[in-house]
Design a protein around this ligand. Structure first.
Ligand SMILES: Nc1nc2c(ncn2[C@@H]2O[C@H](COP(=O)(O)OP(=O)(O)OP(=O)(O)O)[C@@H](O)[C@H]2O)c(=O)[nH]1
Ligand SMILES: [Mg+2]
Length: 369
């Protein structure tokens, strides 16, 4: 992909220039409104800067093979390249469509809406938010400053997310059960939450692990438990699980660590159902990594619908610059958010979720970009 920067007095004119050069194959990569200094704040000029990218195939080929050239047989590599190109084309088409939908908004709003796009927020929510802001602008018959836009956007998100709840473990349920796919950070997150329960809330804590597939998994939990001077029970089957519950009766809170499996396969979900006693006084959290593809998270959530998922825990926000999928999933499934985690340090790198913090994360996300 090639990139080129355009400056024009308005977004519409900038887009026109982009199209003149590259037709419909152009993709808007970023846009911003620039204000010239002017003289004592007077005669300020506004312009729009747009960076457009385009698929190089859209350009005239520099070399065209002679009409009767003999083409080599297609190799596997060529085929996979072809598949990759198809994938890219689809992606570009999707992006183009979303850029078109932004065209109807005034220039002032574009940078903020592009920001939401880069965060991976679903197009329907961007359109809803864009419409709400634009309507307000028309109603008040004025342009909004960046701060005013942010305030309005925050109000919009706050209303939109009203139906989902935020906040960590309740401390009223004895069992805290953590589920999720392989390697998303379940064990590390349990250690972070348990450490806080012990250090800040002075709770007597204990652990049960049902992750008996790898020796290292048991050792990992033992290491954290030892640091917190808390007992660990290992449950290979439902009988062990019941025995472990019995042994840890004197504890205020019992954290249950489960194995990360490929939960796209239903047999692993069924194993979990057989092993963990969900009828206990229990809060169950589904841990998802923000570095995963949203479609993959979708499949996992659907697989886990048979469990009483209290809230999501989203991990690895430090490893991604797009956190919009957290919001998409919360709204799609009407499931709230308990924590998000942003690093490997135990117990520091965890934040109990609330709306303010989520909103800040959504708008601050490009430091890693
Ligand atoms: N960058 C980053 N790494 C994290 C975060 N949380 C966990 N990790 C790392 O992710 C890796 C996997 O973490 P685990 O806690 O073992 O994940 P798990 O879900 O228990 O893994 P399995 O039990 O194997 O399914 C480790 O290297 C963690 O240090 C986070 O918020 N940010
Ligand atoms: Mg684990």
């Amino acid at each position: 992909m090639k990139m080129k920067k355009y400056t024009a007095p308005t977004m519409v004119e900038a887009m026109k220039k982009v199209r003149e050069d590259f037709g419909d194959d152009a993709v808007i990569l970023s846009s911003s409104v620039i204000k010239s200094k002017g003289f004592l704040g007077l005669f300020q000029k506004r312009s729009v800067e747009v960076v457009a990218g385009f698929d190089q195939k859209a350009e005239k080929p520099i070399y065209e093979p002679p009409a009767r050239a003999v083409l080599p047989a297609r190799s596997d590599a060529a085929e996979s390249l072809q598949a990759e190109m198809q994938e890219m084309k689809k992606m570009i088409k999707g992006m183009q469509q979303s850029d078109r939908t932004l065209e109807k908004y005034p220039d002032e709003l574009i940078p903020l809406l592009v920001k939401l796009q880069t965060q991976g927020l679903a197009h329907e929510y961007i359109a809803e938010a864009g419409d709400a802001l634009y309507e307000q602008m028309k109603k008040e018959k004025k342009d909004f400053t960046e701060t005013e836009q942010l305030e309005l956007l925050k109000q919009w998100f706050s209303a939109k997310l009203r139906e989902v709840s935020f906040g960590g473990i309740s401390y009223t349920k004895k069992y805290i059960n953590v589920l999720g796919p392989t390697g998303v950070g379940k064990t590390t997150t349990i250690a972070k939450i348990a450490a806080r329960a012990l250090l800040e809330e002075k709770k007597k804590i204990g652990f049960i692990t049902t992750d008996t597939y790898r020796i290292a998994a048991i050792e990992q939990l033992r290491t954290y438990a030892n640091l917190l001077q808390a007992p660990v029970e290992i449950a290979y089957n439902a009988t062990d699980f019941a025995a472990a519950i019995e042994k840890l009766q004197d504890r205020d809170l019992i954290f249950i660590d489960t194995a990360g499996r490929n939960y796209k396969e239903t047999k692993f979900v069924e194993d979990l159902q057989r092993l963990v006693d969900f009828s206990l006084d229990m809060e169950t959290f589904l841990v998802l990594s923000t570095t995963s593809k949203e479609q993959d998270m979708d499949i996992i959530i659907e697989r886990f619908e048979k469990f009483p998922i209290e809230k999501f825990i989203f991990t690895k926000t430090d490893e991604t610059s797009s956190v919009g999928s957290m919001i998409n999933l919360m709204l799609k499934y009407s499931i709230g958010m308990a924590y998000f985690t942003d690093g490997q340090e135990v117990p520091e790198d965890i934040t109990e979720a609330n709306f303010e913090k989520l909103f800040t994360l959504l708008l601050a996300g490009d430091q890693h970009a």
